[in-house]
Write a protein that binds this ligand. Sequence first.
Ligand code: AMP
Length: 281
Amino acid sequence: MKIVTEVKELKNLINAFRLNNPKDNIGFIPTMGALHQGHVSLIDAASDLCNFVITSIFVNPTQFNDKKDLERYPRTIEADMEVLANTACDVLFLPTVAEMYPIKDAVYSIDLNGLDQVMEGKFRQGHFDGVCNIVESFFRIIAPDKAFFGIKDFQQVAIIKHMTKVRALKVDVVTCPILRDASGLAMSSRNALLSPQEKESARILNWVLKLGKLLVQEGKPLSEIKENMLALFAQGSLDLEYLEIVDNDTLQAVNSVQPNISACIVAYCGNVRLIDNIQLN
Ligand code: AMP
């Protein structure tokens, strides 16, 4: 695996690959590091569909609206390189902030057609502008054929798909399922910040989501489903930020059970913000 820190060097590598392998696909997986099996599953999916796999590790400052959260975000680059060495990743792109943002505080703006006004958008002002800013830059530098994202960040997937359309970027956005640990907790870099006791408490998120799915299968009305999910959540010790049941494409809350909907939940476990979701039907 090659490790590259500069855009210019990365472009040279990609150009050489394209020249020598004009029919081959380049796959790209953007991450913020502290890699776990969820990230590895995206790399595995990329290596199944692409001949050249590029992973980036970049803790993107513009998507953090809370400075403390940015400072506390786990950075485990040595361990990450070991994880990547056991995958089919060909290139690790590890840029500095100055490399990705050569003009400090430059304004980035994109019309996300309201997709950024709900759920995460309500609680993390400017988060998706920051996400689109960095992902668009990566897409323009790398011009991958396919880019791989986890449905764990449900709203992010819808927004990245929209961004690629708005900007006419010819990147196929591939969505991958949520990887969970044996207890059902969705894998996340932030789980490293949880104590063993908190990890135990965090399992409630998955239980609440699974209850929602079960009640949909039983044909219960949406109001009753949400009520029961909230009641189960209240039995645990986490602080709820939101529980929304939304249309998968518009991300708008629905008020009845219908096709193509998901339940999305965010809660604090201590001071760690956890996010999870489930497709309901
Ligand atoms: P992050 O490093 O948290 O920005 O995540 C990088 C990518 O990995 C994003 O597309 C996430 O949705 C995805 N990802 C994070 N956790 C998981 C998981 N448990 N299962 C599958 N994909 C994940």
